[in-house]
Ligand binder design. Structure first.
Ligand SMILES: NC(=O)c1ccc[n+]([C@@H]2O[C@H](COP(=O)([O-])OP(=O)(O)OC[C@H]3O[C@@H](n4cnc5c(N)ncnc54)[C@H](O)[C@@H]3O)[C@@H](O)[C@H]2O)c1
Length: 422
């Protein structure tokens, strides 16, 4: 039987380390026949993972692969989001089934254009809203769909972005400036607006949001920090909770827990290596002296069909994790993704029940609570069988939740309550 051929456009963290590695390990009936990335190291890794890719199909730009005509069955699009729309529209034009990273695109119009193109091309299209594919949220979804707590009335959902993650990615790092990539609610929390839609099972009709960049700005810099632009040069550093010497060196590499935070800084994963890298990396900058402009906290109120409401809170002043509380007409459910716990109170018997912990974990765990591999398991199955019902993040609901996200941001900026036009 012939294998299903895939090209990877944007062979970075998501393209190779999440989805490519899944294909290499778990999908022997799939064949990666091309990869595009301007970084030679990423193409070298693609070649190591998939030794059969011909060298003329390891290219520096996505256009070079799409210009070859139809050399595969499907395209995995995992560049950063400013390139998503041109690539997805061109890939649909060639006739590729598409796996597209979130957010779909940085503007509402571009998201709409992608959906128009994939529908016209009649290809299988999935957006990587990986939370929906976690055993954790699937278990909650099933429980709610079975009516265990009656009809959903109200949901509270929290995305607690850990203070170290927030300052790494959204103050010092790549996603810190909405003019360069996307606003915070889109880049970080479109997953959360999407998971609310999945759990509630209704369309959002009105939305309102507040939030700002309150703390991580020059005005908040402690006086003792003076003119220091980097933690290395700062007299206040030992007392600063956001010091990079604390977060990357003392808390992580010195305790043997480097992980992705220090991994992106340097190949030299030693105390000396990471300390030195922080002298020149943008990550080593004073947290109050960066070019960041995305919010550090934001709330969103949502009203769905039938009067169901939800409140969402994203904050960078937390220890990290996602929490969800669902209030129903016959019970209340409380869930903590990172604690791996889901329990619900039945009002009739006044008894708490708990979902067995093993049901909240994937057979293969890995990234995002099993969501990365859960998504890939369904996507590969959809391609094998041609059955699009494996995809629960298809064009319509993905567009819907992106439109909700854009409307929430308009509300935050303009002080309006937005009625959503789909
Ligand atoms: N689903 C999730 O939970 C999740 C998690 C993290 C990131 N993301 C999203 O995934 C996307 C990629 O993130 P990442 O962390 O993998 O970033 P990354 O920087 O590791 O990967 C992007 C890759 O695209 C490459 N690229 C740039 N220009 C290109 C071009 N012209 N042609 C081909 N390749 C090009 C870059 O060199 C880079 O290797 C982003 O949109 C991000 O928001 C999603």
């Amino acid at each position: 039987m012939s294998r299903i051929r895939v090209i990877i456009l944007g062979a970075g963290g998501r393209g190779l380390n999440a989805y490519g590695e899944y294909l290499a390990k778990f999908a022997p009936d799939f064949e990666v026949v091309g990869a595009a990335d301007p970084l030679p190291a990423r193409l070298e890794y693609a070649k190591r993972l998939f030794p059969d890719i011909p060298s003329n199909r390891l290219v520096s730009d996505w256009r070079q692969l799409l210009d070859c005509g139809k050399i595969a069955d499907a395209a995995i699009i995992t560049t950063m989001e400013p390139l998503h729309a041109p690539i997805a529209i061109a890939a649909a034009g060639v006739g590729y089934h598409i796996l597209l990273e979130k957010p779909m695109a940085p503007t509402e119009q571009a998201c709409r254009d992608i959906v128009t193109a994939v529908k016209k091309a009649r290809v299988i299209f999935a957006v990587c809203h990986v939370l929906r594919y976690t055993p954790f949220y699937r278990a909650i979804h099933e429980l709610l769909a079975e009516g265990r707590i009656g009809q959903i009335v109200h949901v509270q959902h929290f995305e607690d972005v850990a203070y170290w993650h927030h300052t790494h990615s959204f103050v010092r790092g790549y996603n810190n400036n909405g003019d360069k990539t996307s606003f915070m609610l889109l880049s970080k929390s479109c997953h959360d607006i999407d998971i609310l839609r999945y759990l509630i099972g209704r369309r959002c009709q009105r939305v309102q949001s507040f939030g700002s960049l309150m703390h991580f700005r020059r005005e908040s810099k402690p006086r003792e920090a003076g003119e220091a632009k980097r933690c290395h040069d700062c007299a206040y550093e030992p007392r600063c909770p956001y010091s990079t010497l604390k977060m990357y060196v003392r808390d992580r590499i010195a305790t043997g827990n480097g992980g992705w935070m220090t991994g992106g800084l340097t190949k030299d994963q030693t105390v000396a290596g990471v300390t030195e890298a922080l002298r020149t990396s943008p990550i080593g900058r004073c947290v109050y002296e960066c070019d960041n402009n995305v919010v550090d906290h934001q709330i969103v109120n949502l009203e769905y069909d039938g009067g169901v409401t939800a409140g969402f809170t994203m904050s960078g002043f937390t220890e990290g994790g996602r929490r969800t509380i669902v209030q129903g007409t016959e019970g209340i459910l409380r869930a903590e993704l990172d604690g791996g716990r889901v329990r619900w109170l039945d009002f009739l018997t006044d008894t708490w029940h708990e979902v067995e912990a093993s049901k909240l974990r994937g057979v293969i765990e890995e990234g995002h609570g099993g969501g990365d591999y859960g998504l890939m398991a369904e996507w590969t199955q959809a391609l094998r069988t041609g059955d699009g019902s494996h995809i629960i993040t298809g064009p319509d609901e993905s567009l819907e939740t992106h439109i909700t996200t854009f409307a929430a941001e308009r509300s935050r900026l303009n002080g309006t309550v937005e009625t959503i036009a789909y």
